[in-house]
Design a protein around this ligand. Structure first.
Ligand code: ADP
Ligand code: MG
Length: 569
């Protein structure tokens, strides 16, 4: 029985569809990239399943993607013989958005078309982009291990509902049939389609096939087809795994499109690093720094980690054993010749080869950042705005690279007196005053609170620079930074303020005398405040304010205290 049912899209899908159709008009051709990208993912997944179950591939062993069109019927079809979907898969994958960060994304939309199209791009457009050019989409799919008469047809006009019914499909895999909108008829054209494939999908390692006749006939303006010959398919892309090619023969455009394919991001990456390692361990790696932070950077289920291949066979997405957490924003591919094709997450976690690859890949990323910071400070500033907060988790997580990460950190300081985090520790050290042996900092909830703290008074008077820290992660960071370039860090709101040789003897003497004189006053204040303070004392910290609160040398800082309180401790 056909078991046809009509179902509604999840609300988020409806919102996304509406936005996409209205804001991506000028970028319509990306629908093909998205559908080809999905077809390629489906082939990767099938190849992986076939490692354990060879029979899945047997009946139809040559994986490819076929693009065809019908000018008269105004249709374009993208067909693959990959893993396919069963009924349940169709309903959940093509009816909902499972992505973490969806709510945040929708909240961030402004209604301004230009801004929103940027955001949609960052969020990722995926399958639903088919509706930018089609007013009806038909998906026919048969999962690899499912009988021919249990295939599924999904149909929707993209407005709010879709139907699913059981059909018969001879071959494994998925066909996406786009019924083009009148204003998108131009895509039912061999020349146009080939150009789009070459532009966006050349790097796909699977052959993308198109019919020879169709392409040449369109190019030469011949309409009639030769009846006597069977249609001949030909490959229109390079069809070689991009990371296995040599750097010199890959264009920037190809790298950028490859990034979009693996990251499901829509924006060009900021930087990349492509390397082949030979010797004791052999692997290829291609690592990208995105230009924009994803919506779920702080979400536990964020898509992190690299795409893992073993000897060019896709093994898994999100292999997060190859980079530390604080570099979770890096996207890319690692292809190893040493790991077994049967490798699992459990094995990855224990394998010493993986550990040494992680060390090397971490170094690659840090080197790439160091180079950018040195040679392209403006770009580095952009990077810092997007990912600086995450990088600040580095010193706590990665003891071995603490100094390297510390060099990459940027802070707001009293030097510039702006909230922009653009000063390096190396810069701070180079400006240190004669006799200064510490790097001073203050933490507060906001930049303004830090910049206006009374604790700064004596530092301003003596012309000493202080780091102004106000990010949530800052106290955590500073608790793991003991020193930089041999100079210790000192929280100026904590314990006794000892400016060492920066205080002259006269000042010290004056302070002692004044403390003696005011003993009575101090006692009275302490009595009045009771247990809410530990001690009241005379200080040279202040020049204008009458009093300030100081945290004990070994007590928890104010920010940490609030975090612990919020966590119910
Ligand atoms: P993404 O590719 O980022 O997961 P998409 O919106 O492009 O998001 O696709 C949603 C899901 O639909 C995919 O994750 C996959 O499970 C399924 N899907 C889409 N196209 C295909 C296909 N050609 N073959 C098998 N599954 C597919
Ligand atoms: Mg996709």
């Amino acid at each position: 029985e056909a078991q046809k049912e009509t179902l509604g899209f999840q609300t988020e899908v409806k919102q996304l569809l509406h936005l996409m159709i209205h804001s991506l008009y000028s970028n319509r051709e990306i629908f093909l990239r998205e559908l080809v990208s999905n077809a390629s993912d489906a082939a990767d997944k099938l190849r992986f399943e076939a490692l354990h179950n060879g029979s899945l591939l047997e009946s139809d062993p040559n994986l490819d993607i076929r693009i065809s069109f019908d000018k008269d019927a105004k249709k374009v079809t993208i067909a693959d013989n990959g893993i396919g979907m069963d009924r349940e898969g169709v309903i959940s994958h093509l009816g909902t958005i499972a992505k973490s960060g969806t709510a945040d994304f929708l909240k961030n939309l402004t209604g301004d078309q230009k801004k929103d199209s940027q955001l949609i791009g960052q969020f990722g457009v995926g399958f639903y982009s088919a509706f930018i050019v089609a007013d009806k989409v038909t998906v026919e799919t048969r999962k690899a291990d499912v009988a021919a008469d249990e295939a599924v047809r999904w149909v929707s006009d993209g407005s709010g509902e879709f139907t699913v019914e059981t059909i018969e499909k001879e071959k494994r895999g998925t066909s996406i049939i786009l019924h083009l909108k009148p204003e998108a008829e131009e895509f039912a054209d061999g020349w146009r389609l080939r150009n789009i494939v070459r532009k966006y999908s050349d790097h796909i390692s699977l052959p993308i096939l198109m019919l020879k006749e169709e392409a040449t006939a369109a190019a030469e303006g011949e309409e009639e087809k030769q009846e006597d010959k069977a249609p001949e398919w030909e490959t229109v892309n390079t069809a070689k795994a991009l990371w296995t090619r040599s750097r010199s023969e890959i264009s920037d455009e190809e790298y950028k499109e490859f990034y979009k394919h693996i990251s499901h991001d829509f924006t060009d990456p900021m930087k990349w690093s492509h390397n082949r390692v030979e010797g004791k361990l052999e692997y290829n790696s291609l690592l990208f720094i995105p230009a924009k932070a994803p919506f779920d950077l702080y979400n536990r289920d964020m898509q992190k980690g690299l795409k893992l291949y073993v000897q060019r066979v896709y093994i898994m997405d999100q292999a997060d054993e190859f980079l530390p957490m604080y570099l979770r924003f890096i996207k890319g591919v690692v292809d190893s010749n040493d790991l077994s094709l049967n490798v699992s997450r459990e094995i990855l976690q224990k394998d010493p080869a993986v550990e040494s690859m992680k060390t090397a890949l971490t170094k690659r990323v840090l080197d790439m950042l160091e180079k950018m910071a040195k040679k392209e400070p403006e770009q580095y500033a952009e990077f810092w705005t997007e990912f600086g907060q995450v990088l600040k988790e580095g010193p706590a997580e990665d003891y071995a690279n603490r100094e390297k990460v510390a060099k990459l950190l940027r802070f707001a300081t009293t030097q510039s007196d702006s909230a922009t985090q653009d000063q390096s520790l190396e810069g701070y050290v180079s400006r240190m005053k004669e006799g200064q042996d510490k790097i001073y900092y203050i933490t507060a909830d906001t930049h303004n609170a830090a910049a206006n703290s009374p604790h700064l008074e004596v530092f301003r008077k003596k012309g000493l620079e202080v780091l102004l820290l106000s990010d949530r992660v800052d106290e955590w960071l500073m608790s793991h930074m003991q020193e930089f370039d041999g100079k210790q860090f000192a929280d100026i709101a904590r314990g006794d303020l000892d400016l060492g040789t920066l205080d002259n003897e006269d000042e010290k003497k004056a302070l002692e005398e004044s403390a003696k004189e005011k003993e009575d006053l101090l006692k009275r204040i302490k009595d009045a405040l009771g247990d809410s303070v530990e001690e009241v004392r005379v200080t040279h910290r202040l020049t204008d304010s009458p009093a300030c609160l100081v945290v004990g040398q070994f007590d928890m800082g104010a920010q940490m205290r609030r975090i612990m309180e919020a966590a119910g401790q």
